[in-house]
Design a protein around this ligand. Structure first.
Ligand code: SAM
Length: 253
């Protein structure tokens, strides 16, 4: 039996590694380091820095994982994602078989928290369903959403009320009528800039937890254009960007 540890590593600040995650890292014989997207060099460097800083034995081995690209979503978004996950699962299975002997432990370092807008857990279910005998555990990490709230010093919800965590793609359909607090991730198109800003405040953060962190907060009507331009300039400077925001509806006067 092989053992796989899925370890949340925080969203950019190595100080956000939990003690449990560090202990798990130190049990791994092989660290699988995914490589994907335009931001890959910076994110890979962060993962490698975490290994170098927290793993006590010098004998650990890292194996890069070249994550296949997703097809264009088109009209069949779920079909395209399904196919993409299957290809990643096939790649992971092959790597686990090739790189881990029976009884050995591998670790996947997952950005932020593995339960939040990350497909590693779904992909692991596919690997297990494919018949490879593995045992696996999940270690939570500090997500970008928690860092966003901490940096702005705000609770995500108002008293006794729910929050919605969603994507830019969904927000593009409009601010949900039945919500007051909406956290938006994966928004490459700045969906906030096309909303009716009436009574909405935005708490925006980019590169959260990293030395390049940018924070802006205030009425959406006043900040929308500024965030679009700050975001574009930062993206041009770094070659990539990750940003997250909370939109909060103010009570009617
Ligand atoms: C694929 S999701 C991964 C989320 C991750 N599992 C988490 O817990 O934060 C990527 C999205 O998370 C958000 N994100 C991740 N890291 C971030 C960071 N350091 N600063 C701002 N947003 C971040 C962005 O909305 C980005 O588009």
């Amino acid at each position: 039996m092989r053992n796989i540890l899925i370890i949340g590593i925080g969203a950019g600040n190595p100080d956000h590694m939990t003690i449990e995650a560090i202990a798990a890292l130190n049990r791994a014989d092989v660290l699988f380091i995914p490589d994907k997207g335009e931001e890959k060099a910076a994110l890979r460097a962060l993962r490698e820095g975490i290994c170098a800083r927290f793993i006590r034995s010098p004998d650990y081995r890292t194996v890069p994982v070249d994550i296949p690209r997703r097809g264009e979503a088109g009209s069949d978004y779920h079909g395209v994602v399904d196919d993409w996950h299957e290809r990643i699962a096939t790649r992971y299975r092959a790597l686990f078989e090739a790189q881990l002997a029976a009884g050995q432990t591998g670790a996947l370092l997952v950005w932020g928290d593995p339960a939040l807008y990350d497909s590693t857990l779904r992909i692991m279910e596919r690997v297990v369903a494919s018949g490879l005998p593995i045992d696996w555990q999940v270690y939570p990490g500090i997500s970008s959403v928690q860092v966003l709230a901490a940096r702005h010093r705000i609770p995500l919800n108002t008293i006794g009320a729910p929050i919605l965590i969603t994507t830019g793609r969904r927000l593009a359909a409009g601010f949900p009528a039945d919500q007051d607090s909406v956290v938006v991730m994966l928004d490459g198109e700045q969906a906030f800039a096309r909303l009716d800003p009436d009574r909405l405040d935005i708490y925006w953060g980019a590169y959260l937890g990293t030395p390049d962190e940018i924070l802006l907060a205030g009425p959406l009507s006043e900040l929308s254009a500024e965030i679009v331009s700050v975001r574009a300039a930062a993206r041009a400077r770094h070659g990539w960007i990750m940003d997250t925001y909370l939109l909060r509806r103010r009570p009617a006067a």
